[in-house]
Write a protein that binds this ligand. Structure first.
Ligand code: SF4
Length: 365
């Protein structure tokens, strides 16, 4: 999309967004050419002192984290520890690794712990999903049983040289594969009790679409604080795009689930993949669901992996689509305290600014 990295500055003046946001968005959409066969890679990125990274340096933001798809035809490539585009080095790449599907991983500088206890890598069916292509590292570790979880926590304490889990802000369960709402609720309650034994005071967060009934939502009230992200992902053609467990939830159901979650005192939002449908469709349902959430939605941009090209919406091949999406969403959320959180999304629509406001938080795992 960008012909040179410096073109991000021209775009930034047109759209009134930092050049960094344009450049990182372009990079995330194009993917990266690397000398590996992996479907995705992840790495820490240290920008060089270039005019298009001026805002970043002014704000003292010198580290980012990305997990893009690999793409041999991308104008961005990683070579000898640098990210290069159009023969210009734009920054340093550290800890380059295969982006495997892991059973656990940290976020926000180790203050958030993500758990994937039911092997997300074995979950298939959503057309935009990339777990099918990732290498699997989530099948061997037992995070389902209480004893397995305890072993995991003991290892985590050793790894971070800490004596308890009091420093964790959040433990997130990020899998939609329990196949039974009841089993999921029981698991969350067991996990919370176990974590409390290690002085965990943060929120327990569930990201998925398997909690749908009033009974389950009410049952979860005993977990405090509890956060729910309903993984909606798209609003149109849900029956075609989504796998069975997800497509069972209609937008009408989503209204009721989210409304009940907020009533129950949960921190509540939903997830959305931007780039597979029209902005009109996006706007309409965001305006509708806006009344039923109290936390900014997790909005991931759709990244193309091998064979998924046809899924990108025709307008979403152009930067203008993403800039318009920003303006629409910024307008909807302007007068609220709901904002994107840089640490929970490595393929975001926002990096340094939301409208005119700066986004500040840890960005690395
Ligand atoms: S529910 Fe869909 S998006 Fe989530 S892991 Fe399974 S196939 Fe992928």
């Amino acid at each position: 999309m960008l012909t040179t990295p410096a073109e991000a500055i021209t775009h930034s003046k047109i759209y009134n967004v930092p050049p960094e946001d344009i450049l990182f968005l372009d990079f995330s959409l194009c993917g990266v050419a690397v000398d590996f066969t992996y479907a995705r890679v992840r790495f820490e990125f240290l920008p060089q002192n270039k005019p298009y990274f001026k805002t970043s340096f002014q704000r003292g933001v010198t580290k980012y984290f990305f997990a893009p798809p690999t793409n041999p035809n991308s104008p961005y490539r990683i070579e000898d520890g640098y990210l290069i585009t159009k023969e210009e080095i734009i920054g340093e790449v550290k800890y380059l690794a295969n982006d495997t599907c892991d059973s656990s991983y940290p976020r926000r500088g180790g203050t958030v712990l993500n758990l994937n206890p039911i092997s997300k890598s074995q979950c298939h069916g959503c057309k935009f999903c990339h777990t099918l292509l990732q290498d699997t590292k989530d099948t061997d570790e037992d995070l389902r049983s209480e004893s397995g979880l305890k072993r995991f926590v003991e290892d985590w304490l050793k790894r971070y040289k800490i004596s308890d889990l009091a420093n964790l802000n959040q433990v997130a369960i990020v899998t939609g594969c329990f196949e039974s709402e009841q089993k999921l609720v029981e698991y969350l309650k067991m996990l919370k009790t176990m974590l409390d034994d290690y002085d965990f005071n943060g929120e327990l967060f569930y990201y998925g679409s398997e909690i749908t009934t009033k009974e389950a939502l009410d049952d979860l009230k005993e977990i405090k604080p509890f956060a729910l992200c309903l993984s909606l992902e798209c609003f149109e053609n849900r029956k075609v795009i989504l796998r069975d467990i997800k497509k069972r939830v209609s937008i009408g159901d989503a209204n009721k689930i989210l409304e009940r979650a907020v009533e129950n005192g949960f921190r509540t939002n939903f997830s959305y993949i931007l780039g597979i449908e029209s902005l009109e469709a996006m706007k309409k349902i965001f305006e509708e669901l806006f009344s039923y959430i109290n936390r900014f939605p997790v909005i991931n941009i759709f990244q193309i992996h091998h064979g998924q090209e046809k899924l990108r919406y025709s307008d979403a091949w152009k930067m203008n689509y993403y800039m318009k999406a920003r303006k629409i969403l910024e307008k909807i959320f302007k007068n609220t305290n709901m904002r994107p959180r840089p640490w929970e999304n490595y393929r975001s629509l926002w990096y340094l600014n939301f409208d005119e406001e700066g986004l500040n938080d840890v960005r690395t795992p």
